[in-house]
Design a protein around this ligand. Structure first.
Ligand SMILES: NC(=O)c1ccc[n+]([C@@H]2O[C@H](COP(=O)([O-])OP(=O)(O)OC[C@H]3O[C@@H](n4cnc5c(N)ncnc54)[C@H](OP(=O)(O)O)[C@@H]3O)[C@@H](O)[C@H]2O)c1
Length: 332
């Protein structure tokens, strides 16, 4: 099989696409012919050694794949053969084949294309966990009182999923993004208003649009933008700490005290690892909403496996609107 190899943690350009032995098929596992691999911002951090987890090298990056089951171990039902499934593989996704535990493969709703299915898992489960389990937002709570959510980085993976999920949960969403293409994607997912984060004062615009202050701030960006936008929260507003692509924000405690604001950490990955059953329930809820078209993950941009470094660089340098997947070179 062919796979993208990270031989040592460092620059993205050092990734190489190589012919490698196929992994053995152990009991309880199935082999997938990978149809598409989702690319996440965190993949780039891991490869460059900038993430809190430092994987031993060499390793094959890529966490989420959609594939066709081409082989089952003797103890796994052959009924799975030929099925198009989704799997959260941890590592090993940027390859033409992957071996995964049969009890971990996920059926894909017919409403999802292969690209959508390969690129929604991390961003949608993070968003659903953040909003329903951490911020305790529900369709019922939104119906009682109009609530506004400001989403930063709203035209990209995690942010765009939050726009979609917030809208489905009845929130009115203000989407802040740096390009027209990104803002258009957010509008297509139901945002009530958009703000140009490259030229407008996001905090002031969010306060104006929401009529005084937002109820929820969904922040995968952090940095000075997150610090400033804390002040866009109204009484009892919730700041959801999601990520730090723009740096770790230094949040002033006095601004948290004022207006009884709340700062809430969100670490979906670690929570999912510690609570597999609750995470399976989370996934079921998201898949049900996708099946009824209440949630609609974006159709991703497609790169080939040999372009993995380019795709990761484009993500890192903010050129990607929406999501990215990798496919085998002969497919693209
Ligand atoms: N907490 C959790 O459980 C969890 C789970 C998954 C991911 N995350 C985190 O969420 C964050 C976003 O992930 P993602 O996959 O959505 O990333 P992404 O697709 O690359 O999007 C990040 C967006 O942030 C904006 N941005 C603002 N300042 C930036 C800067 N200095 N550098 C790069 N981008 C900047 C960009 O949008 P504009 O151009 O519009 O500004 C960019 O498109 C990451 O930090 C990731 O680790 C957290």
């Amino acid at each position: 099989m062919r796979a993208v190899i990270c031989k040592e943690l460092g620059p993205l350009e050092n990734l190489s696409l190589e012919e490698v032995p196929t992994p053995p098929l152990l009991n309880g596992n199935v082999r997938l012919r990978v149809l598409a691999s989702g690319v996440n911002y965190v993949d780039g951090l891991l490869i460059q050694g900038k993430y809190q987890i430092k994987p031993p090298t060499p390793f094959i990056p890529g966490m989420e794949v959609v594939g066709e089951v081409i082989e089952c171990s003797d103890d796994v039902s052959a009924e799975l053969l030929g099925k198009r499934v989704l799997a959260n593989v941890g590592f090993g996704g940027f390859a033409t084949e992957a071996v995964v535990r049969a009890d971990r493969v996920i059926n894909i709703p017919d409403t999802l294309s292969t690209g959508q299915a390969a690129s929604f898992l991390q961003s949608y489960l993070t968003g659903w966990f953040a909003l329903t389990r951490r911020a305790h937002i529900s369709v019922e709570s939104s119906a009682k009182k109009e609530q506004w959510m400001l989403v930063l980085g709203a035209g990209s993976g995690v942010g765009l999923a939050a726009v979609d999920i917030g809208t489905a949960l009845g929130l009115r969403v203000i989407a802040a993004a740096s390009s027209q293409e990104k803002r258009d994607l957010a509008l297509a997912r139901g945002a009530s208003a958009v703000v140009d984060s490259s030229s407008e004062d996001v905090k002031e615009r969010a306060k104006e649009i929401s009529g005084g202050g937002v109820d929820v701030l969904y922040d995968p960006v952090g940095g000075s933008l997150g610090e400033t936008c804390l002040r866009a929260l109204g009484e009892d507003g919730q700041y959801l700490v999601i990520g730090f692509v723009g740096g770790i924000p230094q949040l002033p405690a006095n601004q948290v005290l004022l207006r009884n604001r709340r700062v809430i950490g969100v670490d979906w990955g670690a929570w999912a690892g510690r609570h597999p059953q609750e995470n399976a329930q989370l996934l079921e809820e998201v898949l049900a909403k996708i099946a009824t078209n209440d949630l609609c993950p974006v159709e991703p941009q497609v790169y080939s496996l040999s372009e993995a470094a380019v795709a990761l660089k484009d993500l890192e340098e903010r050129r990607v609107a929406g999501k990215v997947v990798l496919v085998a070179d002969e497919v693209k």
